[in-house]
Structure formats: C-alpha cells, structure tokens
Design a protein around this ligand. Structure first.
Ligand SMILES: [Zn+2]
Ligand SMILES: [Zn+2]
Length: 585
C-alpha cells in the first residue's frame, strides 16, 4: 500500500513551474558554457597573433573559416565537458568532502539508512543513496551521483546532534532539492565551476613553477597564459553569480517542500538553527556551498540587501521565522526547543566510570593482573641487537625487534634464551615473523587480540555506537583512526566531575607549555594486538597533544583508560563553546 500523502495542488503547481525554470536555466548554462569555451579558444588564437610573425587573426582569409571552426570546436568541447562534468563532478565533490558509504552495523548510520528508505516511499523516488562525511561539523547536501542516481550526504556531526525527527526533516529538505531538480542543476554547475577553478589553479601553479625555475628577466611568459587565465577567472565569476541566483530562492522553496514531505517545520527549524550555531564548515572549496543545508559562513549573513542578493542562502532568521510560522509558532519557540532538547539529552546520558572511580578491590586485582602480564612478557624479552660500536642493546620482544627503525634481516642479533648469535635472518622465529608480517598476519599468534598491558583477551564492544575492541581488565580501548570523528560527534556518555576537572587541568597544562613540545608522560613500549608490531607513541593530533599509542600499520589507536574520555570531553567542550559564543538573535 502506498503511504504517499497527496500534497495540495499549489505545491505541484510550484514544482511544475520550477521544472520549466530549471529547463530554461539549463539551456542558458549550456549557451554560456559554449560562449566561454569560445572566448578561451579565441584567446589562444588571438595571442598566436601576437607572437607568430606574419600571422594575422583578423585577416579575411583566416577569419571566416576560423569562426566556423571555433563554433564547431566550442560546441563539441561543451558537449564533452558537460558529459564529463555529469560523470566526474559528483565523484570529485564526494572525494573533496571525504564522503564514504554508511556502515549498516553502526546504529547511527542505520537510522539514516532507514530514514532514506522511508523517504523513498513518501517521495516516490526509486533510489536515494546515502553518504556520510566523517567530521564533527554539522551540515548536509544532496547531489546527483555519477550514474544519475540522487544521493543525500550528511556529516557525522549532524547524525550525532539531530534527533530522529530532525534527521527526517534534513532528509526531507534534501529530497525536496532532488525533486525540484535543484540538485541536478547545482551538481552540474558546481562541477563545471570546479573545472574552471582547477584550470585557474593549474595555470597559477605553472606560473609559480616557471618563475621559480627560470629567474631570467629577459624571458617573459607567453601571452597565451594570461589571456586563458583571465578568461578562466571571468567564467568562474559568472558561474558563481549564476549559482547564487539559482540557489537562494530554491533554499526557501526546499524548506517549504520539506515541510510538505515531513510535516514537521519545527524539527527542520531546530536542526538548521543547530547547524548555524555549530561549525558547518565543509572542505576547502567554497564552490559547493550552494549545495549545503547551511552555508559555512552562516553566522556572517545578515538581513541586509547586499547579503540577500549575493549569498547562496537566505539569512537564518528569515528562514527560521518562515518555518516557525508554518507551525503557527515564533522564532523564540525554535530557540527554546533547542535548549530544552539539550537539557533533556544531558539527563539521558549514560555515566562512564573510569577505573579510578571503581571500588579499590578492582584496582588491586588489576594491578596483580598487570604485574603477571609484565612477568609473562618479560620471559619473551630475549632479543639483543649489536650496536655499531659493538655493544649489545636490549632486551627486546620479537615484535619490538623487527619494528626497530634500523632493523634489516642482516642485522646482527643475539637470542638470550637459546644463547645463539648471528644475522637476524638465520633465526627461524625472525623468518617466521617476517613471513607473517608480509601475509598481514599477527607476528606472534599468542599475543593476537590480547591487551598489551594485562594480556586479557579483548572483547568486541560498542562505544557510542562505534565498533571497538575493549579490555575488560584495564579498560584500554582499540579504536580505528576512521572511527574517531564518530565518537567525538556523539554524546551518549556523561563523565564524572573528577574526570571533567582532569580534562580541564590537562587543557590548561597544554596552554602553558610550548605547543611544539608535546606533553609527554613516560609510557612503556607496547605491541599492537592486531599485527604484533610495536606501537608508535605520538601526540593524538595537532590540537590535542596527548601522547597515545598508534599503529600506522593497522590504522589503530590504543587508548588507556580515561584517555579517550578526556579527549572526548575536550572536543565536546570546544563544541559547547561554539554554542556559547553565538548567542541567539
Ligand atoms: Zn588490559
Ligand atoms: Zn597493528
């Protein structure tokens, strides 16, 4: 049975009109593109005029055939470029935004996929694909994939922050763009604009390069480049104006259509408001801004005539007031709604208890466990390495030995247990380990999937909907590099006051130190439970310099108890500060 709601006729009327306008815009775009291709090739020929002696562009014998050739060449080029922009444009945009396909095993991603399914039924669009951008920033967009299928792209930040009805409203808004062909036109225009941007970029790079390489003042650059460059900049500017003209009215219309589809104007208003408050920045290029739910510079857009004319999106307050009016509400109801929701969410959070807050017996038991593990590992720490001076260095575990930066199979090593000495490759253990490393298997099968500090078997577990491995003994966590943004975007756990204070102290300590020197707490070496190679101890990232165990081989980070929680607290604190810095109105 179809669940399709029958919208009022006025709605279809607007849509039909939009389709006509879209078709007209498409033709205008084609003609413009055709002309600009002409301008660029004319620029090339005209400059030939300047530096080939005896050749004249304007000579009658040349001019006529030239025009014919120019028109046909431009036409063919336009066609080719349109087709390739259609095919490659979306791929370029998705790559630029680092978008990836949702993971059905992830609870949040699954909700998104389910909402897409529902939207397919209520909108009548047979396929709507979903993509996710791994960033804590809040935004969404729609585009037409390379095979012509529409797709909706949202950020982890939005997934983490939106309630189900808000997520539905966002999907409805993007579906509205797809229905009215905005998505088709905008993807095309943005792809073409990105072609010009790349052209300008490559010319700039070429110029820099030639300036660097030949610093001879007598040799000027050829006149072709500046002309093509100017033509490129001109085309790019015109396209940007075109995009602006195309996108602003349609943004309001998409809000209205989203309400037709989702019947919840307040939910849409709330999530737009949240995205406005948070950071909605996406990717380096500002070319794709018209595709976004909220422009990255949303907070700078005011209700002035200038901003109304020259921005891809209407000012926030106008958008919110319109949506609130649809629910017979006011702007302040939207703002109150967001605040109340945040308060409720705080109450619903699950409390995280670090080891230090557990009963003392637990800590005692853990200490014993860790000591046992150390003793067990110590027994295998039997490898020594001959230094260049002749002294023996060690002892190392096998995993530590072959991770040494200067390790080669020819390195002179000594095995203390067997009391043998020779090149590393003469030891069957080393050969076996190297073979297993090559086969992407753990170097020491005995240590596979066991905690590097207490040797407890690691459990598969979920942390805020993210699949991780966890040690039930010391509570260390093994997390994939790719999953960190998800954890930072989600707010299911709450942390004790003690932990909060610890995070704040940590941040203060960071501010006081010279940022170039990471705050290093002495940490012993440890082996990755996946591959068995030694972890590298590195600052978490450029902003949060906490040293953590990283395995670049498996793209994994080992967090000791409290570390991930402290990082999460700090990131959340930063997100909270965005909210505070941007008071409403
Ligand atoms: Zn452990
Ligand atoms: Zn590893």
């Amino acid at each position: 049975m179809s669940q399709r709601k029958v919208p009022p006729p006025a709605f279809w009327e607007i849509q039909r009109k939009q389709k006509v306008i879209s078709a007209l815009l498409f033709i205008v775009l084609f003609i413009f593109y055709f002309l600009s291709t002409g301008v660029i090739s004319a620029a090339i020929l005209f400059s030939a005029d300047l530096f080939i002696p005896g050749f004249s562009f304007l000579a009658a014998s040349f001019f006529k055939p030239y025009v014919v050739i120019l028109i046909s060449v431009s036409f063919i080029l336009t066609l080719i470029n349109f087709i390739s922009a259609r095919k490659k444009g979306s791929l370029y945009i998705l790559k630029n935004l680092r978008a990836c396909t949702p993971d059905p095993e992830d609870r949040y991603h699954l909700t998104f996929l389910n909402i897409l399914e529902e939207m397919k039924i209520s909108s009548g669009i047979p396929v709507i694909r979903g993509y996710i951008i791994p960033t804590v920033n809040l935004n969404s967009l729609s585009l037409i994939d390379r095979d012509g299928k529409p797709a909706i792209v949202i950020t982890e930040g939005l997934l983490g922050e939106a309630s189900r009805d808000e997520l539905q409203a966002v999907v409805a808004h993007e579906t509205a763009h797809i229905l009215s062909d905005d998505t088709f036109l905008l993807t095309l225009v943005c792809s073409i604009a990105s072609f010009y941007e790349k052209l300008i970029d490559s010319l700039e790079k070429e110029r820099d390069l030639s300036e660097d390489m030949l610093k001879r003042p007598d040799k000027g650059t050829s006149p072709v480049q500046p002309l093509v460059y100017l033509a490129g900049i001109f085309s790019c500017a015109i396209l940007k104006l075109f995009i602006t003209f195309l996108s602003q009215k349609r943004e309001m219309l998409a809000d209205a259509t989203a309400v037709e589809l989702g019947r919840d104007p307040m939910a849409l208003a709330r999530i737009i408001y949240k995205a406005h408050l948070a950071n909605s920045f996406l990717g380096e290029s500002n070319l794709f801004t018209p595709l976004f739910l909220v422009p990255p510079d949303s907070r700078e857009i005011k209700e002035t005539i200038w901003d109304k004319l020259f921005n891809t999106h209407p000012p926030l307050t106008i958008r919110l007031k319109n949506l609130a009016a649809m629910a017979h509400r006011e702007l302040k109801d939207v703002i109150d709604g967001v605040r109340k929701q945040e308060e409720n969410r705080e109450k619903l959070r699950l409390k995280y208890t670090p080891v230090d807050d557990l009963p003392t017996e637990y800590g005692e038991k853990l200490k014993k466990l860790q000591l046992q593990a150390r003793v067990a590992l110590e027994k295998d720490r039997v490898w020594f390495v001959r230094e260049s001076g002749g002294a023996w260095n060690g002892p190392y575990l096998l995993g530590e030995l072959i991770t040494l930066p200067f390790f080669t199979p020819a390195l002179r090593v000594k095995n203390l247990k067997e009391n043998l000495e020779g090149p590393a490759r003469s030891f069957p253990q080393v050969r076996f380990a190297l073979y297993r490393q090559l086969k992407k298997q753990p170097i020491d099968p005995n240590l596979k999937n066991r905690c590097p500090f207490c040797l407890t078997d690691l459990d598969e577990s979920f942390y805020e909907g993210v699949k991780i491995k966890k040690c039930s003994g010391c509570r260390g966590k093994l997390v994939s590099f790719n999953h960190l943004e998800k954890i930072f975007a989600r707010k299911e756990l709450s942390f004790s006051e003690r932990l909060r204070q610890k995070a704040l102290n940590y941040k203060e300590a960071l501010l006081k130190t010279d940022l170039k020197i990471p705050v290093v707490k002495e940490k012993p070496p440890a082996l990755c439970p996946e591959c068995g190679l030694q972890f590298t101890l590195r600052p978490f990232n450029y902003f949060y310099l906490m040293p953590v165990y990283k395995c670049y081989n498996c793209q994994l980070i080992w967090f000791e108890d409290e570390e991930l929680e402290i990082l999460q607290l700090l990131v959340e604190e930063k997100i909270r500060s965005w909210y505070r810095q941007n008071p409403i109105e």
